[in-house]
Design a protein. Sequence first.
Length: 142
Amino acid sequence: MKVVILAEKPIQAFAYAEAIATYQKRQEHEIYITSELFPDDEVIITWAEGHLIALDEPKQYDEKYGKFNLNNLPFFPETYRTHIVSKTKQQYLAVKKHLHQANLIILATDPDREGELVAYRIFQEANVLDKPIKRLWANSQE
């Protein structure tokens, strides 16, 4: 079974690896580990780098929102659109690849609303919400 642990940032991923790994191999976008917690599983810890997915700006919905006009407010689109943040696209593609290969995803982002948002936007964009997802709730990585 392939287990993917998604942290919110690299330092958090490194802390998880130090805490649970008996062996680790660090790569550019992920850490491959072996752990007594997952004795027969392939385990990969990867991370977001903050928000890998962002909301589209109003002007991306319609050119009329390109310049501020009080008459265009409030702005409530029927459906919100998102995009992959260009400066972190390679990290997103690596995370997406691992999520698609996973049999189990462990959401290990910060235990707050923003941490949930970071993860679930990635899950939604990567189309993996149908996979088993468990939540690791760690208030401190110290």
